[in-house]
Design a protein around this ligand. Structure first.
Ligand SMILES: Nc1ncnc2c1ncn2[C@@H]1O[C@H](COP(=O)(O)OP(=O)(O)OP(=O)(O)O)[C@@H](O)[C@H]1O
Ligand SMILES: [Mg+2]
Length: 307
């Protein structure tokens, strides 16, 4: 892992389009940090605690809950739900703890908090920062690094937009102040970085760059674009030209033609990305495993070896 990409960041938000490998990358990065002896917390943003955990598929261990549990050595998993964030917020904001529990039982308040999408994101953010702040009783953070696997592209942007939304609906007051504090943490490049995962094809790379611009507009620091599933190139230069000749002669109906086309598309996409972004690009290979657990083990080994 190139140290400059992730060094000393305590909170890494992993984002990107559906199915590009966010969960596998989060799990691989967790494995690499854990191998370095770091205590890692992997958070998974879910709407409800009964949503099946993708991280568990990639990391194994017991099913994660809304409280951090040990999944494997040095790796803890937690479900980040809006409701838990709202409860933690009320516990911090209200003078007596039981009031918060009682308030959370109110159907009216529940409806209110889940109605506006901004409040769901706010809950997730509050919980994330609450866990980030936990200390080990000796004045050090309980977790060296927190990784957050987000469900969809829009999420990191939604987090960044919270304070603006709250300024409109609730100027001043404790919720607004909590959001302001959250934004300070999220936009502090010494603490937080977003990582955009994408695939080595033209459109996904363009979308990743668009997402990066969107995040930067909200001052969310992007530390890396990870191009996942870069195909292995088994061809020598000679083999490539022979294959190209055969493809031209047989109009594409040649064994290996599709593979070569895929490799060449990946090369073009990576060149295009390199032209726009000179640093902070990390490539990960397509690995030959069908389960996300074995893919993340293999990629974790590669990341640890690059560290
Ligand atoms: N480098 C890789 N090599 C081979 N297979 C991979 C690689 N990365 C991911 N995969 C596979 O691709 C699929 C999608 O990966 P993953 O679930 O991590 O994507 P995701 O971005 O988290 O998806 P979602 O948006 O649905 O949460 C999984 O089956 C996973 O095993
Ligand atoms: Mg996922």
């Amino acid at each position: 892992m190139s140290p400059s990409l992730f060094l000393n960041r305590r909170l890494l938000l992993i984002t990107g389009k559906g199915g590009v490998g966010k969960t596998v990358f989060t799990a691989a990065l967790a494995r690499a940090f854990a191998q370095q002896g770091k205590r890692v917390l992997c958070g998974e943003i879910v709407a409800h605690p009964d949503t099946p955990s993708q991280l568990r598929e990639a990391l194994g261990g017991p099913p994660p809950t809304e409280e951090p549990t040990l999944l494997r050595e040095n790796i803890f998993g937690v479900l980040l739900t809006p409701t838990m964030g709202h409860l933690r917020f009320l516990q911090d904001a209200l003078p007596i703890r039981v009031l918060a529990d009682a308030a959370m039982k109110s159907q009216g308040l529940k409806k209110f908090l889940s109605a506006a999408p901004g409040f769901s994101d706010m809950g997730v953010m509050y919980r994330m920062l609450d866990l980030l702040k936990r200390d080990n009783g000796r004045g050090q953070p309980l977790y060296d690094v927190c990784l957050v696997d987000s469900p969809a592209t829009g999420h990191a942007l939604a987090l960044a937009q919270i304070p603006e939304f709250l300024t409109r609906v609730l100027p001043g007051g404790p919720i607004f102040r909590a959001a302001q504090e959250g934004l300070r943490v999220l936009t502090d490049p010494a603490v937080t970085a977003t990582v955009i995962v994408t695939l080595p094809e033209a459109l996904p790379v363009t979308e990743a760059l668009e997402l990066e611009r969107g995040l930067m507009r909200y001052r969310l620091p992007v530390s890396a674009i990870v191009v996942n599933r870069v195909p292995h190139d088994p061809f020598s230069t000679d083999e490539r030209s022979q294959l190209r000749e055969a493809i031209a002669a047989e109009q594409g109906l040649v064994y290996g033609a599709r593979e070569l086309q895929r490799i060449e598309r990946a090369e073009v996409a990576l060149k295009g990305l390199a032209a726009q972004r000179t640093q902070g690009v990390l490539t990960l290979p397509e690995v030959d495993f069908s389960s996300s657990a074995s893919a993340s083990t293999e990629l974790g080994r590669l990341l640890a070896a690059q560290a």
